[in-house]
Design a protein around this ligand. Sequence first.
Ligand code: BGC
Length: 366
Amino acid sequence: MLNIGKKAKSVAAIAAIAAVALTACGRSESTSAGASGGAKGFDKSSLIGVALPQKTSENWVLAEKLFNDGLSSAGYKADVQFANGGVSEQQNQISSMVTKGAKVIIVGAIDGSQLGTQLKQAKDAGATVIAYDRLVKNTDAVDYYVAYDNFKVGVLQGQALLDGMKAKKASGPYNIELFAGSPDDANAKVFFDGAMSVLQPKIDDGTLKVVSGQKSFEQAVTQGWKAENAQKRMDTLLAGNYNSTPLDGVLSPNDTLARAILTSVKAAGKPTPIVTGQDSEVESVKSIMAGQQYSTINKDTRKLVEHAITMVNDLQAGKTPETNDTKSYNNGVKVVPAFLLPPVIVTKANAKEAYANDPTLSQYTK
Ligand code: BGC
């Protein structure tokens, strides 16, 4: 947990008191801007900006459509933008949303620490800023955070890796390798820390062996969440460490990277290890059903977008949006009040049940 200054502490204290009041009496009506201030009680036809990152996984592509449809059908003008060109494109998009008078700006940051100036502009213009899926760091210009519980995602991945290996071979030691996401995405370290909270004790007691010795987050990262970077690193790890040594498992932070890791293993002619994932991407669900990728995480994008839009509706009606965590997400300057949804681990064993209500994914689990 990062240190917070005196001012941030008192803001956090106010937020905590507000949260207790909220828990006690449900959503509270409010017409003024409180500790987490911004636009409240605005016109139903207002502009709402949604700044999405790059299309690094299917969930972002789904989110674009869901935000456009959901915001439009609620009556708002939606301005939903991807920033495939990178950080400066995303900065320009947010500035332009502010100039156009957006009342709420929802941000899925490419680099959570590079948006301070633009989000301050948004706050100065009276907009409310909601960090979506990824936390925005080192700025007080963020009011709320809505996401699946990222640390829990990592815990579930670490546990799945252990369970999967154990089901194949009753006792260790197990040889593993570790992959993390992109270091500019605030989520990547949280996923890794969650997984290591399960794996580190098993490394320490000798149950797990990271054969390459590459155990730190910095060594495990995958720049830009790019499949080609993970595949290249896996090729190198296999060539340097697994000529005659069996590889039992790989911690992969998401599905795109899991499939890249499996491609590398296959190309090297090695047996399929236990590989974790996240996002419930169609190709990974098919791979799980075919006995290739071991696990994924279900973070239903429909629910996350729906909750972000509920926050917008609350703000529009002059209410304080509901949060359920006012402790965990310290962005370096403040603790951002969060609404966290629970992630679900999915393997071949529970896929049918996990995707029963998903019209797309349920097709692949029959
Ligand atoms: C999201 C993951 C996703 C990754 C790459 C993360 O911030 O939480 O669901 O796999 O970005 O797009």
